[in-house]
Write a protein that binds this ligand. Structure first.
Ligand code: ZN
Length: 338
């Protein structure tokens, strides 16, 4: 069977094989602009030449001159697939196995986050489950719940055409519509790197992974989000914490925009609930050492019955991801105005 590549944005796991016939496929066509080469053409569509150059050559082999120069006004194929089965509107769909069978197909709905780059880190993972709780005989691990929210968030961001790097990855746990998420230890760091046992090494690995990618996107809006569920203030009735690195104005603005978005949403959906969250500075290794503007998010504490209740309900995890997405769109828009 003939197989082709579906490409969209520069995410390692975006590169997948799909059998032809799954849906009618056609590469998106684009006209080269004056003076444009293959690299600049790919970059214009947020496609990293490192990942897409060879495919570009392959699918355009009948259109390219031997010198590989692009001709102004000539049409070339982009390594982006257009789904032509949807008749009313042309839809682009990417396939991302990391989200699991049920959620792997992601439709690019709009360009609201085109050009934005996000690094999503779910806390802990690999040999470190993070905080642990118990409910109805189930053991609950912080890293699994943080990861599920992270995947939901990442998928949302991709729908708006963001470039997303999921730093902690689990090869066999996609988005799980389950209350009790099984604890496992097979999470990896992006790039198939084993997560080290040593706590300092673990943090370093995340920081280095993010910082290397940061260099590739210099000049773009880049934000890092790290999500945890082990709030140290669980005895107080506070819902979500945002931390930023002391002195980082943009980190503070990011936290405040996210908090305000969630606050407004709660007011709309549960007006009597009285949502409480905070944005404060805190000295943390990953906040200090990663190059993108960062926020560290505490969704609650997995040991606390009230927080747990909120997290095991699938719709709640999705709602948190949705509201964070809205906040990030807002922060991206704000960044263009500043
Ligand atoms: Zn944690």
């Amino acid at each position: 069977m003939c197989k082709i590549f579906i490409f969209r944005i520069s995410i390692f796991f975006a590169i997948v094989f799909v059998s032809q016939g799954l849906f009618a496929q056609e590469y998106q066509k684009v006209e080269a602009e004056s003076g444009e080469g293959i690299y600049s053409l790919l970059r214009r569509f947020n496609l990293d030449p490192k990942d897409y150059y060879n495919t570009f050559l392959e699918i355009n082999k009948n259109r390219l001159n031997p010198d590989l120069q692009l001709l102004k006004g000539k049409t070339y194929f982009l390594p982006i697939v257009v789904d032509t089965t949807a008749l009313e509107t042309e839809r682009q769909i990417g396939v991302f196995p990391i989200f699991g069978k049920k959620y792997e197909k992601v439709e690019f709905k709009d360009d609201k986050l085109q050009g934005a780059v996000f690094y999503i880190i779910s806390g802990h993972g690999g040999p470190d489950p993070g905080a642990m709780g118990k409910k109805n005989g189930h053991t609950l691990c912080e890293d699994e719940y943080a990861y599920d929210v992270c995947l939901r968030l990442a998928r949302n961001l991709i729908e708006h055409s963001a470039t997303v790097y999921i730093i902690t990855q689990d090869p066999d746990d996609g988005i799980r519509d389950e209350e009790y998420l099984k604890c496992d230890k097979d999470e990896m760091c992006l790039g198939n790197k084993k997560i080290p046992l040593n706590a300092v090494e673990r943090l370093k690995q995340k920081v280095e992974t993010v910082n290397q990618l940061f260099e590739k996107h210099l000049g773009q809006y880049q934000r890092k989000l790290e999500i945890h569920v082990d709030s140290r203030y669980s005895n107080q009735k506070v819902d979500i914490y945002f931390y930023y690195h002391p002195g980082s104005n943009k980190g503070k603005q990011l936290g405040e925009t996210l908090l305000k978005t969630i606050h407004d949403k709660y007011k709309q959906h549960q007006p009597n609930r009285g949502y409480k969250g905070t944005v404060t500075e805190r000295k943390l290794y990953t906040l200090k050492n990663t190059k993108p503007v960062s926020t560290y998010i505490e969704l609650g504490n997995i040991n606390h019955p009230r927080d747990l209740e909120r997290l095991i309900i699938v719709d709640n995890r999705q709602a948190i991801a949705n509201w964070l997405t809205l906040g990030l769109i807002k922060d991206f828009e704000n960044s263009k105005r500043r």
